[in-house]
Design a protein around this ligand. Structure first.
Ligand SMILES: NC(=O)c1ccc[n+]([C@@H]2O[C@H](COP(=O)([O-])OP(=O)(O)OC[C@H]3O[C@@H](n4cnc5c(N)ncnc54)[C@H](O)[C@@H]3O)[C@@H](O)[C@H]2O)c1
Ligand SMILES: [Fe+2]
Length: 361
């Protein structure tokens, strides 16, 4: 059966930014987008590294304090700067971290427009009504999803992603593939999210290894930037599932970057989830050009990780099995509490989730 036609669609909702600009040099259209909305004093939200590649303009408002996996303190500092500078709009410039931080700042500031310019390819955050902010006190990465978080415009210029080093290309690239796959098997999927999910997976198949092998290869960078955008549109509407639910607690406890914590879990979670919707996973296998069957799919994901030099989970945790075992209970509970595992084709309780973490070790 073809993707998305197996059931009658009774209701559907699809959210996206009101304006999407994509292409080489699209970043130069930022001025035009801001002018169209009469924005004169935007606050640019970025991190220290990316701030160095901003064009030098006297008097521009920049908050460059965003940490990877932004915290509530980052949001508060950015908000203060927006208020002090009387910002009339927000521009996010960077990976998922500055974009999510900018979403939180805009939410608290209220009323102003948000333009997202991603520089990784990526989280797709430029096109999702989702943010992930770390609450350091509680030790959790909190995911919020509400329509008002959607950026008003996304400016996707794949030239910006060409400077990503190999490990970052690998991590954000497997994150993109995970968005496509999780949206495709999600219980909340629908025909429009499916369309985006399928294209996202096809493009990852075609471009991810090449973008990693030769980062200056613009065809591959262009493909992955589009895949990331499609992945965001897919999961922003269909939700992510068990991989993301499990990766957030893992990331916060062991300080593992978002894409990497997804990548190390993806094979084990797929192995577990397969029987929840073997037909859908079979479809995904066809899209990715994988032989039929669960074992071939899992082997393909493992081979992808190896070819992108993604380490095993045990390496990410410094080999400390005892500490890992000690955290399993909290991680499993936090995973379930995030809500994402409820969208998984096969439901998992705390015991199953702990077993999957162990399998990924
Ligand atoms: N809101 C969403 O829909 C969504 C989806 C997935 C992930 N996320 C969140 O996004 C965050 C991760 O974002 P990310 O993976 O894009 O990384 P990031 O934004 O955390 O950036 C990681 C590092 O890469 C650097 N970097 C960014 N662009 C670069 C470039 N072009 N060249 C060289 N270095 C560059 C940054 O300076 C930083 O040091 C996590 O907090 C995650 O939870 C959000
Ligand atoms: Fe993600």
């Amino acid at each position: 059966m073809a993707a998305g036609v197996e059931q009658e669609v009774l209701a559907m909702r699809f959210d996206s930014p009101g304006r999407i600009e994509y292409g080489a040099g699209a970043r130069h259209r930022l001025e035009e987008v801001l002018a169209d909305w009469g924005i004169r004093r935007p606050l640019i939200v970025t991190d220290r590294w990316m701030a160095r590649s901003l064009p030098d303009k006297p008097g521009q408002l920049v908050y460059e304090g965003v940490q990877p996996d932004p915290t509530e303190a980052n949001v508060a500092a950015g908000l203060e700067q927006a208020q002090r500078g009387d910002a009339d709009g927000i521009v996010a410039f960077g990976g998922g971290s500055p974009i999510d931080c900018a979403k939180a700042i805009r939410k608290q500031l209220g009323g102003v427009k948000l333009v997202a310019v991603p520089t990784t390819a990526g989280t797709g955050s430029e096109a999702t009504p989702v943010m992930v902010i770390t609450d350091e006190e509680a030790g959790v990465k909190r995911m919020t999803r509400e329509p008002g978080l959607m950026p008003d415009a996304a400016i996707v210029d794949y030239e910006l992603s060409a400077t990503m080093p190999r490990p970052l290309t690998a991590h954000v690239g497997v994150d993109t593939l995970t968005h496509g796959l999780e949206a495709f098997v999600s219980r909340k999927r629908h025909p429009l999210s499916d369309a985006m999910a399928v294209r996202c997976m096809e493009r990852c198949r075609e471009h991810l290894r090449e973008a990693w092998r030769d980062g200056r290869q613009m065809r591959a960078r262009a493909g992955m930037a589009l895949a990331a955008l499609e992945g965001g549109l897919a999961f922003g509407n269909a939700s992510v599932a068990l991989v993301h639910g499990m990766s957030r607690p893992l990331g916060v406890v062991f300080h593992i970057a978002h894409g990497l914590s997804n990548a190390v879990l993806l094979p084990a979670v797929t192995k577990y989830s397969w029987e929840g919707d073997a037909e859908r996973y079979g479809e995904a296998a066809r899209v990715l050009g994988i032989e039929p069957g669960r074992e071939a799919f899992v082997a393909w994901l493992e081979a992808l990780n190896r070819s992108l030099e993604v380490p095993r989970l045990r390496e990410c945790c410094g080999g400390d099995r005892e500490r890992f075992e000690g955290q399993l209970g909290k991680m499993a509970r936090d995973a379930i509490a995030s809500g994402s595992p409820a969208n998984n084709p096969r439901r998992a309780g705390e015991d199953e989730i702990q077993a999957i973490y162990r399998e990924a070790w």
